[in-house]
Design a protein around this ligand. Structure first.
Ligand code: GLN
Length: 489
């Protein structure tokens, strides 16, 4: 048995049956990271020695029966825009290269309560802006299925670490697709929860009305378990909804009979790669055979989503990133003559070019002469997108689309063409605009063996429905048994 091949629920099973100990598990992952990290480059920081120490303590306590808990000693990786007390949180930016967080994000508190052990902080596009993890200040993460290709982004480090078995699961964040798209590029599962389900306290803000933290895992059951841990009302986040706590594993019924699936034809139009489309059509047929009722429909405003997203996301980013000024906890330029020059030089030197592009764009759409034409208009379209989805959910339980118009692309092939990079978000952004939950699961590979992702979108706070739909497909299709990155062997 290869410990690092296992899912979290499989690890739990072995811990319970005393086939494995917490120390054995932690050591196996630490060894795996030492072996594979030089090639995959998924981590910005690792804490392997500390993790081993913690594992030893957890194991002693378990033996002395001072600690119980189904997650005690399970390792995890964290995207590097989530604050963890006493450790670096860089957002993959020179601006925060040496920033040590003085507090824990609420999701980190949730993990610590369960005695889950973090192995390190994972690479991402700078401030989560990007779709390939190439915009990290530190390194380019590779796709474990083909080391010449990108892992997707911005949570590319999280997806690549899970796909290469360096962590059993990870936390990512999703503002316009950054959990789902890397999950789809790396052949793993990624869940973006409903806006307001998971606390954003301690997540470094990119676009506050769109950001959500969520799980990236090997399978759907693990995603449901991690969601159980992090979905929690939090007074420290005013957008956190106070809804009844649910057990998301209870909804995994392996049955989609009578489930109403809507297939929006705009998501299968021009620009979507043929192999991706064909694979999705096959998956749709399989859902029908499994008893779901599938119907094509039109989600008319889909064509405006991308423009709306980039206006709103950049506007919010330009405001949120104002705090990185060279005065407080950030990078500060070495030489300056006055305060203005200190700000200017610190920000010019501390931010990468994609981040600067978005700050400029965002400031522009918020400026007095253009506010009505761009920002206000985008907010109005946002309402239309929400209304369209509301209408669709009167008829359907789940909306099924590709996660991304293509499979993973070559490193370097889009990084100098921002528009092309933005176009790759076409299938995911409307979900954030409407605040809905969406999950990406692998549904096949293309002729070159690269994974293809299917996105299932649900109504607000209906995570159960998409999790069960995803689980039922996964149990039938058995992606993990059929396909593995060659690199894993
Ligand atoms: N790729 C999108 C962007 O660049 C999404 C990013 C995200 O979800 N954090 O904005």
């Amino acid at each position: 048995m290869n410990i690092t091949d296992l899912t979290v629920h499989e690890l739990q099973e072995k811990l319970k049956n005393k086939e494995l100990t917490v120390t054995e598990i932690t050591n196996a992952y630490c060894d795996r990271i030492k072996e594979k990290e030089p090639e995959v480059a998924a981590f910005i920081t690792t804490y392997l020695d500390e993790a081993k120490e913690k594992a030893k303590k957890v194991e002693e306590k378990i033996q002395k029966k001072e600690m119980t808990g189904e997650f005690a000693g399970i390792p995890i990786g964290i995207k590097d825009n989530i604050c963890m007390k006493g450790t670096k949180t860089t957002c993959a930016s020179k601006m925060l290269e040496n920033f040590i967080s003085p507090y824990d994000a609420t999701v980190i508190e949730n993990l610590k309560e369960k005695n889950i052990i973090s192995l390190g902080k994972l690479n991402m596009d700078e401030f989560a802006m990007g779709g390939s993890t190439e915009y990290s200040y530190f390194k380019k993460t590779k796709n474990p299925w083909n080391l010449n290709k990108v892992p997707g982004g911005s949570s590319g480090g999280s997806a690549a670490a899970v796909a290469s078995n360096m962590v059993p699961w990870a936390l990512g964040t999703d503002t316009g697709g950054s959990i789902r798209q890397p999950a789809s590029f790396c052949g793993v599962v990624g869940l973006k929860p409903t806006y307001g389900l998971v606390s954003r306290y301690g997540l470094v803000a990119f676009a506050s009305s769109l950001d959500q933290i969520g799980p990236i895992t090997k399978d759907v059951q693990d995603a449901a378990m991690l969601l159980n841990i992090i979905a929690d009302h939090d007074e420290k986040d005013t957008t956190s909804e106070d809804i009844e706590k649910k057990d998301y594993t209870k909804c995994l019924k392996n049955d989609v009979k009578g489930l109403k699936i809507g297939v929006p034809k705009e998501f299968y139009a021009e620009g979507i790669n043929k192999e991706v489309k064909d694979t999705l059509y096959k998956s749709i047929e399989r859902y029908k055979e499994l008893g779901a009722e599938v119907e094509e429909f039109s989600l008319d405003v889909a064509k405006y989503s991308l423009a709306t997203y980039y206006i709103i996301a950049c506007a919010e980013a330009s405001s949120n990133l104002g705090r990185f000024d060279g005065i407080r906890y950030t990078y500060r330029t070495k030489e300056y003559k006055n305060l203005k020059e200190l700000y200017k030089k610190s920000r010019s030197e501390g931010f990468g070019s994609e981040v600067k592009r978005r700050i400029i764009l965002g400031t522009y759409v918020l400026s007095s002469g253009y506010y009505d034409a761009y920002y206000k208009k985008a907010q109005q379209v946002r309402t239309l997108v929400m209304n369209e989805f509301n209408k669709a959910f009167e008829k359907y339980d789940v909306i099924l689309t590709p996660t991304s118009p293509t499979v993973s692309f070559d490193i370097g092939s889009k990084s100098n063409n921002p528009l092309e990079m933005y176009l790759a978000d076409i299938c995911t952004v409307s979900v954030n605009i409407a605040g809905l939950p969406g999950i990406s699961i692998p549904c096949g590979v293309d002729s070159k063996g690269m994974p293809i992702g299917m996105q299932l979108i649900g109504n607000r706070f209906k995570e159960e429905t998409i999790l069960n739909a995803a689980y039922t497909f996964e149990q039938d299709f058995k992606f993990r048994e059929k396909y593995q990155p060659k690199f894993i062997k």
